[in-house]
Write a protein of this length. Structure first.
Length: 221
């Protein structure tokens, strides 16, 4: 079954996995390093770099869990400098961007998400897709409906994100006053959403009253 989560659930599941497995992940790399003592020097250096990146990433996630943002940013800067091509760097961008959003620093989060989308050679697809959705929501909140639509339209096809992208598309159409188009997009999101995942009641409310619901959300924000 395809699982679909909202922004908070996505972040929390990544961070929960790291919290539960991060120590074992680092230890596993360390044991692997010990067991491969006879490797050539350059191979050992690469492994050492992976160990350092894993350790820094675990420290970043733990710092965010404890609301130690300055400490988390320090780990982030180290990963960017020492392991720019690693998946740890991409994941670090994702977690720090979420932290920036939580602190009301949408402009800084926007830059981080753009970096993940545009400089994506070493960024896993699922991270690019999460970044597209979150950036589209930031642009939409700022009134840039065309920019938000472009991000969603150009996203790679992924069943895991169909419902989320359809909902964002509905929000965009509602924002420009296309009630019929918005309702159709929300219906598509509901049809794509597996039972027991996401907020179906909110989607149903949006589908039935698209302009009213989106307008109320904009006023609250």
């Amino acid at each position: 079954m395809v699982e679909i989560y909202d922004d908070h659930e996505q972040s929390e599941r990544v961070r929960a996995w790291i919290k539960e497995n991060g120590g074992a992940m680092v230890l596993g790399v360390l044991l692997a390093f010990g067991g491969l003592y006879g490797w050539k020097f350059w191979q050992a250096e690469q492994l050492r770099a992976d160990i350092n990146a894993a350790t820094e990433f675990y420290g970043l996630s733990t710092s965010l869990d404890q609301n130690l943002f300055d400490q988390a940013y320090s780990h982030f800067e180290t990963i960017k400098a020492d392991a720019p091509k690693s998946t740890y760097n991409a994941l670090s961008h994702l977690l720090i961007a979420r932290a920036r959003l939580d602190q009301g620093q949408a402009d800084l989060a926007e830059n981080l998400y753009r970096n993940l989308i545009e400089n994506n050679k070493n960024v896993p697809e699922f991270i690019q897709l999460i970044s597209r959705e979150r950036l589209a929501r930031i642009l939409l909140a700022n009134g840039d409906t065309q920019g938000a639509k472009k991000l969603i339209d150009e996203a790679a096809n992924s069943a895991a994100f169909n419902a989320r992208f359809a909902e964002v598309r509905g929000d965009i159409l509602a924002a420009i006053g296309d009630a019929a188009g918005a309702s159709a997009a929300y219906s598509e999101a509901l049809d794509s959403m597996p039972a027991g995942t996401g907020d179906r009641s909110m989607l149903e409310l949006k589908r039935d009253n698209p302009i009213l619901v989106v307008s109320a959300s904009e006023e609250e924000s």
